[in-house]
Design a protein around this ligand. Structure first.
Ligand SMILES: N[C@@H](CCC(=O)N[C@@H](CS)C(=O)NCC(=O)O)C(=O)O
Length: 198
């Protein structure tokens, strides 16, 4: 039984999705970002965090990759070409896609007014658009990032898609990209992760 720290309204939803994909037992302590409860587990107050015995793992991607490695699903063995290519997708998701959504969010509803900079949000929308063009090239005709196998980057990209569309109002390109996001988000484990938000 794993204990996940973090409201499922946050990046903790990635971990819930991962836990569901792997068929693992878990409970959620729905701590809000920056709360005293979150700081009990991660001094920065950031969520998610995962309790593993006496250890705490922080960062949604590190947690998902740990679970995937430990339970032998959603990934490839370290040191293989497939793993390197999969990790490259994960870094793309974090650097190009999550980053655009995160900076947009800071300049929309997280920062106080004096910290919000003009033109940052349109710049984030542009970065997201460029990322989607790159994603389309990288996906080709693949079903998932790595082909027929659903892996960790599909979770990160799939969660970012909802964030981008619903919160940031970034347009999702029709065709291969919209179809890819619809495909990953149609998975039963994603639907269970979304139901944890209610
Ligand atoms: N790279 C980290 C980012 C964690 C993060 O920033 N989480 C947000 C909620 S989605 C948070 O806790 N924000 C509070 C803060 O930045 O102080 C991850 O993927 O877990």
């Amino acid at each position: 039984m794993y204990t996940l720290i973090g409201s499922p309204m946050t990046r903790a939803s990635r971990v819930v999705w991962c836990l569901e994909e792997l068929g693992l037992e878990y409970k959620i302590i729905p701590a809000m970002p920056g709360s005293d409860e979150a700081k009990q587990y991660n001094p920065s107050g950031k969520v998610p965090a995962l309790l593993v015995g006496d250890d705490v793992i922080i960062d949604s991607i590190a947690i998902c990759q740990y679970l995937a490695d430990k339970h032998g699903g959603l990934t490839y063995p370290a040191g293989t070409i497939e793993r390197a290519k999969m990790d490259s997708f994960v870094h793309f998701a974090a650097d190009e896609v999550d980053h655009a959504c995160w900076v947009w969010s800071k300049h929309d509803w997280i920062y106080t007014e004096p910290l919000k900079a003009e033109n940052v949000k349109p710049a984030c929308a542009l970065e997201f658009k460029k990322a989607m063009q790159h994603l389309e090239e990288r996906l080709g005709d693949n079903k998932y990032a790595m082909g027929d196998k659903f892996t960790v980057p599909d979770i990160i990209l799939g969660q970012c898609a909802g964030w981008a569309e619903v919160m940031c109002k970034f347009p999702i390109p029709e065709g291969k990209i919209a179809d890819y996001f619809a495909r990953v988000r149609a998975r039963p484990a994603f639907k269970k992760a979304m139901s944890a938000r209610k």
